[in-house]
Design a protein around this ligand. Sequence first.
Ligand SMILES: Nc1nc2c(ncn2[C@@H]2O[C@H](COP(=O)(O)OP(=O)(O)OP(=O)(O)O)[C@@H](O)[C@H]2O)c(=O)[nH]1
Length: 335
Amino acid sequence: MAAGDDTVEVFLLSGFLGSGKTSLIRRLLNEPALADTALIINEFGEIGLDQLFVRSAVENTLLLENGCVCCSIRGDLTDTIGELFVRAGNGEIPAFSRIIVETTGLADPAPVVAELRRLSGTPRPVRLAKVIVTVDGVLGPEHIRTCDEAVAQIAQADLCLITKADIVDANIVNALADSLRGMNPAARVAILDPGALDIASLLAPEPVPPAPPRAYRLRQGGAAARHRGVATWSREVEEPLGWAKLRDWLDLLYSLRAPNLIRMKALLNLEGAAGPVVIHGVGPLFGWPEPLDSWPTARPLSRLVVITRNMPVDVVGRSFEAIVTGHPAGVENGR
Ligand SMILES: Nc1nc2c(ncn2[C@@H]2O[C@H](COP(=O)(O)OP(=O)(O)OP(=O)(O)O)[C@@H](O)[C@H]2O)c(=O)[nH]1
């Protein structure tokens, strides 16, 4: 917020599925300097998980549900920002001076930017401060090559932030940075430091763009509202799940369908585990299961989300029921 000004700054955080948006938010919200931040999370799929992973900000967090902010729920963002003001006014949530909006990993930020610029009538002025786009240091080049959504996000960025530089060769990161500068010369390109966060640099206004963005062509003619071939399967399970069966299911899914699996995330209530366990799949890559200290849900509960492209999503649900829960194949449990 500028000195002497009660303007609320909005930071729009976009970036392809699994590129590190939620991880960055978790780090940002651990910073005392950002305590006065409200968070709006938009997730693809019917069961949201990210809000559970951002525990420290939970009281200041609102979800944008029912679809992707760039296509199906335009206008809802305006309403959600209004709701933040109402809740802060009622004392239901702490006062805030900045808002971070996390889009889905498939969102085209352009219509969201347009909506934020049109925003009026709020109790305090609201101003879009900048668009930050996370770019996956490992899979970014592949996303740029194959996914219009990733290209549209980079094109809208004021700041492109390369993540996962801690697990990629520096030459690959530098080549990715060069290609981002080529795609959007108006954006600053930075590499996210896996150690200390440079908050000032992340949140500071970006300098005047050195050159207008170069025209670029999307392979399918645009990203917003298209998300072609994308489908989501999500499932909640009350009873604890067996890790061996889950692993068998994941092995089967990933050995047969890896190219079609663009994102998988799960909060798991595993038999014999002391607490919740989180697993992430980003493209064909799978991370180690990560234990959480405590349940972010009211009671232990597994939540799984799988996002696919160009594959019938019922395959995911049927194989899950057959291998993991033992319910007969074809029972409609997925949502
Ligand atoms: N090594 C490493 N892993 C990272 C980094 N950032 C994110 N990850 C991992 O990448 C996976 C996906 O990270 P998220 O933060 O959930 O990605 P996201 O962009 O919020 O994902 P969606 O909400 O599905 O779009 C997780 O396993 C993270 O731990 C990073 O800078 N370095």
